[in-house]
Design a protein around this ligand. Structure first.
Ligand code: NAP
Length: 415
């Protein structure tokens, strides 16, 4: 077992392995977790009880997770003097599957978002965000149950790569001069500048993961969401590379929407349909015809917008889970922030971390555990004993604390 200075490796438990492209999960895996800042402690306390109860219920004593706390964010800064200690990154790499609560991003002072750093350092190239409706949750939509999608957002490139220069800086001036003199482009003097890198490698591996997911879960379609009508060589290329991956790697099991419409395809009847939509139209489509979409693969910025917008359609961020996934490596996380005004009040909704746990157990192949937790959440909502955010959208419900909502989920798993 590796040695860490601050984190304590549990005395029992084994590491998850990765061999030949397949995750090898022992019955007693060690899973690192970051509690998270602000409301993180309240949420983690409730969530871990749900996870342990579900594993126990599904497998008796046969399987058990050995949790290992690792530090990041305010807790790390206070105890160790570092917002993101290297050993936390190492532990996430060594143990392969981990879960985290929200982390504060200190504003100013040149500190990069811890979340963005983790994704880039560990090359967690897909941000996976399933969005589905839970019956009974208040929603602004008339038929929120029609939305059931999984967004695969590219996590390492695009304007999020962090390559930008401040207006008036020497760097911005140099880059502008270079572009103006070499390419004759017009850029207003004194502009801030940013770079939008999008590679064939990065785009193709993301789309490949999305198609594999659709095939594994027998889902009907993968939609490439892009803004290629305007940004032809970045977003347009994303679309073209996406279709190319579908054609060359999954020719037998996918069919393009165009081929399907022409009726001339030789693909199997159960083939996954690969289609594309312009980003702005995609937002309209999700509002007007949500049931025509299933898996969405998209570059970084589009993915950020569309996953939050879709979450709002089904009742908000408190119930939106996420996973950052690479090859044989994954960090699951709440998609909301630290909501500091509710810290230590035992008030906030733990649903996002609990559902991130559902994704984590699915990723590990512990599907029975995931199914139990989903059932627990469905029944907890049905009981109408929910946290404040859900209660304010559910007339006639009773507001309960974070910990009590956790109890409701455990109860909802059944006896
Ligand atoms: P936020 O923490 O997500 O909170 C904004 C609002 O969203 C809350 O006031 C609350 O709304 C609602 N909300 C968030 N989480 C909820 C939950 N679990 N249950 C119910 N309602 C929830 O966003 P922020 O205030 O912009 O950001 C605060 C800090 O979090 C910042 O430092 C930011 O950088 C960080 N952040 C971290 C992550 C991450 O770690 N993945 C993501 C985003 C932001 P009401 O007040 O209406 O109840």
């Amino acid at each position: 077992m590796p040695n860490y200075k601050f984190a304590k490796v549990p005395s029992a438990g084994e590491r998850i392995g990765y061999d030949g492209g397949v995750l090898r999960v022992p019955d007693n895996p060690i899973i690192p977790y970051v509690e998270g800042d602000g409301t993180g402690a309240d949420i983690w306390r409730a969530s871990v009880r749900v996870f342990d109860a579900a594993v126990e219920k599904a497998h008796g004593g046969q399987r058990r997770v050995h949790w290992m706390e690792v530090f990041a964010g305010e807790k790390a800064y206070k105890n160790v003097g570092d917002w993101l200690p290297q050993e936390t990154v190492d532990a996430m790499q060594d143990f392969r599957v981990s879960i985290k609560g929200p982390l504060t991003t200190p504003v100013g002072g040149g500190i990069r978002s811890l979340n963005v750093t983790l994704r880039q350092v560990l090359d967690l190239y897909a941000c996976i965000r399933p969005v589905r409706y839970f019956e009974g949750v208040g929603s602004p939509m008339r038929e929120p149950q029609k939305l059931n999608i999984v967004v695969f957002r590219e996590n390492t490139e695009d304007v999020y790569a962090g390559i930008e220069w401040k207006a008036g800086s020497d760097e911005a001036k140099k880059v502008r001069d270079f572009l103006v003199s070499n390419f004759g482009v017009e850029i207003r003097e004194g502009s801030a500048l940013g770079v939008k890198p999008m590679s064939e490698f990065g785009s193709k591996r993301l789309v490949e993961m999305a198609i594999r997911y659709a095939l594994k879960h027998c889902l009907p379609s993968v939609t490439l969401m892009h803004k290629g009508n305007i940004m032809k060589f970045t977003e347009g290329a994303f679309r073209d590379w996406g279709y190319e991956v579908a054609r060359t790697r999954f020719g037998e099991s996918t069919v393009s929407e165009t081929d399907l419409t022409k009726g001339g395809s030789n693909a199997r009847a159960d083939a996954v349909v690969v289609k594309d939509r312009i980003a702005d139209s995609m937002f309209q489509q999700l509002l007007l015809r949500p049931d025509e979409y299933s898996v969405i693969a998209t570059p970084n910025l589009n993915g950020d917008y569309v996953s939050d917008a879709a979450a709002a359609q089904v009742g908000g961020l408190g119930m939106a889970p996420g996973g950052n996934v690479g090859d044989g490596l994954a960090v699951f996380e709440a998609t909301h922030g630290t909501a500091p005004k509710y810290a230590n009040l035992d008030k906030i909704n733990p649903g996002s971390v609990i559902l991130s746990g559902v994704m984590m157990f699915e990723y590990m192949g512990w599907n029975e555990v995931s199914a139990l937790i989903v059932r627990g959440i469905e029944n907890a909502i049905r009981s109408r004993r929910v946290t404040y955010d859900l209660a304010r959208q559910m007339p006639g419900s009773t507001e309960v604390s974070t910990s009590e909502f956790g109890n409701q989920v455990i109860k909802g798993m059944g006896s």
